[in-house]
Design a protein around this ligand. Structure first.
Ligand SMILES: C[S@@+](CC[C@H](N)C(=O)[O-])C[C@H]1O[C@@H](n2cnc3c(N)ncnc32)[C@H](O)[C@@H]1O
Length: 394
């Protein structure tokens, strides 16, 4: 079966690696997602285990549509009764931009919804209802000029909603973005991981879940494909019981092998929120949050083989003013230089101007989109004294 997994721009490489690790075949990476082939039973693993996926789509049909009538006729070419009964529920989401006659995504999704309900009414005398929150069938329409692609959305609710983060700060990272950033740091899940500006705790919590081996979707109570009658190739789909059995059989890292994971923030309210989120995420025993400004950093643990120092400081867009932030960025640089020897340092920022105040030369600048904001994940090699001596001596 064919799948298309969506993600945030910049995380495609990480997502493709995760899919490869799960056994996906014929992987093709495009901006915003990864296409693959796999067995229908892969729906379970793709939805449950991918940490950087937003939605797992199952493409059904492609067509050429210039206006609402074309789109209506195109949607009628699919037999929707294969997936739900006439008393079921559905929702249609449209993304992208069609031709002049299909400019408005709301209109386009309405035309698809009309075609589906009319098909049911004509054949069975009754029609499914629309349920935007938790439909049995979530239909995904992608428009690019006259090109239309209809897919089933097997996730239905975006997979970044893991279910543990009930509260967050004004500039929290999506959980999927946090997980992707951690994987790009090359962290070995055994050395210390320190976030100096943890906010609602996303990076530290995702790090602990990755280290423990907790699947990304283990707290979720629903996946879209649980509502389908069958898979598009006619085979039986894994259901809620298969999901629970699969979860129960997954190995977990023993407590004694867990690394030191620390989260600091100067705002005590954010520290409380981070602690509550960690509790719900099942990792409160493995992450220590503390109220502390980056300027007051002291006593960092031994970096071991691949310790990571990271922070996602305010960019001056949603949080903070630029002049004050220059001092904050400069303080981060000082901590990395003076106390971070032997660690791998990272900063995720949407403000490359402010990043200059860090005063360190980045060895890599990886573009990653945080919603509409184009950010950079900046990497710094913070060599220890011995390494520096070796480098100078050679
Ligand atoms: C962009 S938010 C981090 C969001 C976080 N990654 C999340 O997902 O929730 C920046 C955080 O930096 C904190 N902060 C700002 N200046 C700080 C400083 N000097 N020391 C420590 N924390 C600071 C703010 O309180 C805020 O929570």
């Amino acid at each position: 079966m064919e799948f298309f997994v969506t993600t945030s721009r910049g995380l495609e490489e990480c997502l493709a690696q995760e899919i490869l690790d799960l056994g996906g075949q014929d992987i093709v990476t495009v901006p915003g997602g990864v296409a693959l082939q796999g067995d229908p039973s892969m729906l379970l693993q793709l939805n449950l285990q991918l940490t950087t996926a937003l939605r797992v789509l199952v493409p059904l049909a492609e067509g050429s549509c210039h206006n609402g009538n074309d789109l209506y006729d195109f949607a009628l070419t699919i037999d929707w009764s294969e997936f739900i009964d006439s008393n079921g529920t559905l929702a249609v989401q449209c993304v992208g931009r069609g031709t002049e006659g299909l400019r408005h995504s709301r209109y386009a999704s309405l035309r698809v919804k009309d075609a589906i309900v009319d098909q049911f009414r004509d054949r069975f005398g009754e029609r499914p209802d629309v349920d935007r929150d938790m439909p049995q069938l979530a239909v995904h329409l992608h428009l690019r000029d006259e090109h239309a692609l209809l897919s089933l959305d097997s996730s239905s609710i975006s997979l970044h909603k893991r279910g543990y983060r009930l509260q967050s700060g004004p500039a929290a990272l999506r959980e999927t973005l946090g997980a992707g950033v951690i994987q790009y740091t090359g962290w070995d899940k055994r050395s210390p991981f320190v976030d100096f500006m943890c906010g609602s705790g996303t990076l530290a919590i995702e790090a602990a879940r990755l280290a423990l081996g907790i699947p990304a979707g283990s707290n979720r109570e629903h996946f879209g494909y649980w509502g389908w009658n069958q898979s598009p190739d006619g085979s039986t789909l894994p259901g809620e019981n298969d999901h629970l059995r699969f979860l129960a059989e997954l190995p977990r890292t023993p407590k004694e092998e867990m690394p030191v994971i620390l989260g600091f923030d100067q705002d005590p309210e954010m520290v409380d929120i981070a602690e509550e989120n960690a509790e719900r995420a099942g990792v409160s025993d493995f992450v220590k949050f503390e109220q502390r400004a980056v300027e007051d950093t002291k006593d960092l643990p031994d970096p071991l083989t691949h310790g990571v120092l990271i922070c996602n400081p305010p960019y001056g867009e949603r949080l903070g003013n630029e002049e004050d932030l220059k001092e904050v960025y400069s303080a981060i640089g000082d901590v990395y230089k003076q106390q971070g020897q032997g660690y791998h340092g990272f900063i995720l920022t949407g403000n490359t101007g402010l990043a200059k105040s860090i005063g360190l030369r980045a060895s890599r600048r990886r573009p990653i989109w945080n919603g509409p904001i184009e950010c950079r994940l900046l990497s710094y090699e913070l060599y220890s004294g011995t390494k520096r001596k070796k480098a100078t001596a050679s």
